[in-house]
Write a protein that binds this ligand. Structure first.
Ligand code: G3H
Ligand code: 13P
Ligand code: ZN
Length: 313
């Protein structure tokens, strides 16, 4: 099935429009009906374009049939919502997503030698473009020791000198860059640490027309960290990227901002609080409703205060 039959948007179109407009399209990860619904509600309320991101492990968790059942069942306003494979680690998983009806895929070859990364990125782009599906690729690696996805403890910034050649050779539609973010909720030792805007500026000078992607961009709202710790959790020292830094990155051509950890925090904080305050509750719909609503609220806040993507459809 092609994504246009579900009413989904072309990701490249959303990103190129954001690049011209100076804002970013949020890519929020989801893994079940509640998280999908939370994101779609936020998109509807803010009238923002949104990318629904599915990681390889989320695809495995939901299973293809349930995932595509959920996607088929939802209603989308024209050119608002895209469906994206997040961190596809092989050509084969990208092909699976394209064949299922995703509007874009990320081939993440960041851990590979550059030559190999270029080869598989190009193979993915050649296949994807036959179906008007967009491709995101990455050079440089993000750290994130607790990240389930990359398991990478090392960090190497994107080298601005190689991005032009990489984009030309791969024919990628967007490029993820490593400028100091990392996956997960423990990104920073101090709120003062800064992203490498010097590197980002060099990259935008080299490839001014390529939409850039920022992974690991959660701001880790401290109210959720506090609530989780207060109501029985233990995530002390969780610290994210300050919203002002993300906004500055957006002014320097970051046009897709990936957020997962903040949604997890909002969702979990609401569940912990609801259960702690209502000891007799055992109907999952009660705490899942609270979780869904808190996640929607967080997505709305980020769309309005970080992405600048509200009323851009
Ligand atoms: O960047 C990774 C996303 O946060 C997805 O993580 O593989 O645990 O679903 P996941
Ligand atoms: P966070 O862990 O910062 O939310 O990053 C999510 C991400 O990059 C998904 O690809
Ligand atoms: Zn990521």
């Amino acid at each position: 099935m092609h994504y246009s039959n579900f009413g989904l948007a072309n990701t490249k179109t959303l990103l190129n429009r954001a690049l011209r407009g100076g804002y970013a399209v949020p890519a929020f990860n989801f893994y079940n009906m509640e998280t999908l619904d939370a994101i779609l509600k936020a998109a509807e309320i803010t009238q923002s374009p949104v990318i629904l991101a599915v990681s390889e492990s989320a695809l495995k968790y939901m299973g293809k049939d349930i995932l595509m059942g959920l996607i088929c069942g939802a209603k989308y306003k024209k050119n608002q919502i895209a469906l994206h494979l997040d961190h596809g680690h092989s050509f084969e998983i990208c092909k699976t997503a394209i064949d299922l009806g995703f509007s874009s895929v990320m081939f993440d070859g960041s851990a590979l030698p550059t030559k190999e990364n270029i080869k598989i990125s190009r193979r993915t782009a050649d296949y994807a473009h036959k179906f008007d599906v967009s491709v995101e690729t990455e050079i440089g690696t993000l750290s994130g020791i607790e990240d389930e996805n990359t398991k990478s403890a090392s960090h190497s910034y994107t080298d601005p000198k190689i991005v032009k050649d990489f984009v030309n050779k791969t024919q990628t539609d967007s490029l993820a860059v490593a400028i100091g973010t990392s996956h997960g909720a423990y990104k920073r030792k101090s709120a003062k640490e800064s992203l490498r805007f010097d590197i980002l500026k060099e990259i935008t000078t080299e490839i001014p027309r390529t939409p850039l992607v920022l992974h690991g961009a959660s701001s880790v709202p401290q109210k959720y960290v506090k609530d989780i710790n207060q109501f029985g959790g233990d995530i002390k020292n969780a610290l994210g990227i300050a919203p002002a830094q993300i906004r500055k990155a957006i002014s320097l051509h970051i046009t897709k901002v990936n957020v997962d950890s903040d949604s997890r925090l909002a969702f979990t904080a609401a569940i912990r609080e609801t259960l702690a305050k209502n000891k007799k509750v055992f109907d999952p719909r009660e705490y899942l409703t609270a979780a869904k609503e808190e996640m929607t609220q967080n997505c709305i806040n980020e769309i309005q205060n970080i992405m600048g993507s509200g009323y851009k459809i």
